[in-house]
Design a binder for this molecule. Structure first.
Ligand code: SF4
Length: 375
């Protein structure tokens, strides 16, 4: 179907605003960036894509604050736009319906009359994304202007996640698992050629710096707006003290012509100043436990749950007592060994079953395994 809005050419501006009235600061930043003027056609079908990776409240640092999305909706409705939807799909292992409910999006939908689309239930089709065939949910074709609303936060496998990786919520669950088998970074980069994000509103309020599912929020009370997802992600790397080269999909997307990772070209427009310093502490909590793991193509939920369990065991002084490495990931299917986590390692002597297994279960069974082998 023909799009009502011409594809936006990204520029190099990044707007920033600080405050604790999240709905109001979001409306202010959208007015400063002239979002209404960018969309133009009041009949345009506008899609808002938050990050609801799990059913966890935004204050824990894993999901998009509903107040930010409320600010976007109010701004759009006050400017004469009425064809608005919110589309999202949680990660494999969690139900989007639970996240919509628990994270306050059902209430949002009712208050503003904006439908929610659960992409876990959407039909999908294959699309050629710059030479890589990827499966994309059909809702993408029914959107004229896509507003991406990621949380800037850490990720147990890619170190950082922000604008580019958030598009994974618009592919079916089966494809999310396949992305891990394809190496994760390359398909994330290519996906940008199949789904064009027209505008980005970054929730930089309190993202967790280690885990995409949240749990350890680091408060910054900031909202950012931009049009170039590569530039935004390069800027997020800078704020989290990673080099862009440590997050390979950013450079890959740049090479595909999605945007620029050259921060010297960024124009940072500060609408006010925050009380917090800009840069975040670099976190290496994942690296501290990853030596105990042999990972091949694991899903984020599985690996993240394992890291949570290992962090607890390390704090209790037990991780050093583990003599076997823990196998995890889709690449372990059909293989054998001593210790594995997840259904993919069901042929291992000891398998902590689940797809993905819960962190508490992994922690409990690993602890039993370590104690038994110490005797
Ligand atoms: S068991 Fe395998 S398929 Fe299931 S979540 Fe873990 S890695 Fe993914």
């Amino acid at each position: 179907m023909e799009k009502r809005v011409r594809q936006q050419i990204p520029d190099h501006r990044i707007w920033k605003i600080y405050g604790t009235e999240y709905k109001e600061i979001t409306k202010t930043i959208l007015a400063a960036a002239d979002l209404a003027g960018r969309i133009g056609d009041r009949q345009a079908r506008i899609g808002i894509k938050p990050n609801l990776v799990v059913a966890s409240p935004a204050q824990l640092g894993g999901t998009t604050h509903p107040e930010v999305v409320a600010g976007i909706i109010e701004y759009l409705q006050e400017n004469g736009f009425s064809r608005i939807i919110v589309a999202e799909g949680s990660w494999v292992g969690d139900r989007t319906a639970d996240a919509f409910d628990y994270c306050g999006y059902n209430a949002l939908s009712e208050k503003y009359g904006v439908p929610l689309v659960d992409t876990q239930k959407e039909k999908w089709h294959e699309k050629d994304c710059a030479g890589m065939k990827l499966n994309i949910t059909n809702i993408v074709d029914r959107i004229d202007f896509l507003i991406n609303v990621p949380v800037m936060k850490g990720h147990c496998q890619t170190r950082m996640t922000c604008a580019l990786k958030n598009m994974k919520g618009l592919i079916p669950n089966s494809e999310k698992s396949r992305f891990h088998r394809l190496g994760l970074h390359k398909p994330i980069a290519h996906l940008q050629k199949g789904i064009h994000q027209d505008f980005i509103v970054v929730d930089h309020i309190c993202g967790d710096l280690d885990f995409e599912e949240g749990g350890n929020p680091v408060v910054r009370n900031c909202v950012m707006a931009a049009t170039d997802p590569v530039l935004v992600d390069a800027y997020a790397c800078h704020l989290m003290q990673y080099s862009v080269n440590e997050v390979p999909y950013v450079r890959m997307a740049e090479k595909l012509g999605v945007g620029t990772a050259d921060l010297s070209r960024a124009e940072i427009i500060r609408l006010n100043t925050g009380s917090e310093e800009d840069e975040l502490p670099r976190q290496d909590r994942i690296l501290e436990v990853s030596y105990a793991v042999e990972e091949v193509d694991s899903c984020s939920a599985c690996y993240g749950n394992l890291v949570h369990a290992l962090t607890r065991l390390r704090e209790e002084g037990l991780l050093d007592k583990l003599t076997d490495r823990i196998a995890i990931g889709q690449g372990m299917q059909g293989r054998t060994g001593r210790l594995g986590v997840g259904r993919c390692t069901e042929n291992f002597d000891t398998c902590i079953m689940g797809c993905p297994p819960e962190p508490e279960k992994i922690y409990r069974e690993l602890k039993e395994y370590i104690v038994k082998n110490m005797q």
